[in-house]
Design a protein around this ligand. Sequence first.
Ligand SMILES: [Zn+2]
Length: 439
Amino acid sequence: MRTSPSTCSVDAPSFRAGRKRETVADEGLRVLSVGFGRLIDVSRFRLQPTRAQEAALLEHCGHARYVWNLAVEQHAHWQPGRKTAPGFAEQCRQLTQARAEFAWLRGGSIIVQQQALKDFAQAMANFFGKTHRKPTWRKRGQGEGFRIVAVKPGDVRRVSRNVGEVRIPKVGWVRFRWSRPVGDEVRSYRVTRDRAGRWHVAFAALPEPVPAPGSGEVVGVDRGVAVSAALSTGELLNAPTLRGAEKTRLLRLQRKLARAKRGSNRRGRVKAAIAKLKAREADRRKDWVEKTSTGLARRFDVIAVEDLKIGNMTRSAKGAVEAPGRNVRQKAGLNRGILAAGWGRLVERLEQKAPGRVQKIDPRYTSQTCNACKHLARQSRESQALFLCVACGHRAHADVNAAKNVRDTAAGHAVAARGGFGLPEPVNREPQRDLLLMG
Ligand SMILES: [Zn+2]
């Protein structure tokens, strides 16, 4: 990830998903979450359509707005207790029917129309995730735009020093100001028109890989129970949360919300204030994922992480030693969900920034095996935070001990080779020493 000062972490400038604050600096390089939680680099350019092209672009905007508003209307009719409002797949089927029926809709781009539905689905997900307000009607002339996906390599080209061109379906080649490099792998782009009538195009591309240091060093990263992530180097990383004063404010607002009358203005204001705080926390976490993944990709040749698919199944075993009270457990369950989402994003970003250098490790027994003597015993897990080997007395931070086991597994050393109380041998991955030679 390029870490220019203009880089910040914000949500997608989605189709007025709730009323988003206008943080879009002109032609800033940003990291966005687009679609379903995917993180990609986005850079924005000034689009310079001809008169005729502008008319065609406005038509795309109109179609996107029409489809979006249809989705809003469908969901407005939905009420608790009724059959669920149609989801994205169902709406796509309905769109196909509508296109068969109406020539003017059929005349437009199906990508534009489908993406409007996708944006709406994302806006609803954000709403249910309580980070955004409920998506509302879009009016002509206000934050208009549409998205094009499945962009082919030749669809963006440079024609002179300061001029580029992008091929837009049903519009053709439209010029834009080539004010800085466009990423190599443009996956999708979004065309927007602001209230002043200016057009922009924002390209979304996969981030450029971070070069490996070439030191041969392997790091193990454990998705901690006590911390967000622990490294085999002993570092403990914590994803940021709300600060003390903000937490207090959030609690106060939540109490206020419980008292506020349904449908009142006050309730709306309180809800908006809560959404703002939660969005701030989400932004901080995204930023943390960016910095952490870039840092790891830059410092280590091989980054070993637990395989989430296997990890989710065995996670309960990992926490079983603690046997906390019921309330603690419930809360842990909630946090786990949030942490799991953040972890998934961290691994995804690592794989993008360090392609071929991320190894996913079967996490079974990594938390119960002593890194010093390899003895495997559930009883060694003293507490959530402390590992105390029952065989050799080795003491360590539990998550760091696990991270070291993750690292050693990646480096080809057996974990949980002996000991154990009737537990089956863990299935270790094939050693991949050749990975250590790269870079
Ligand atoms: Zn030991």
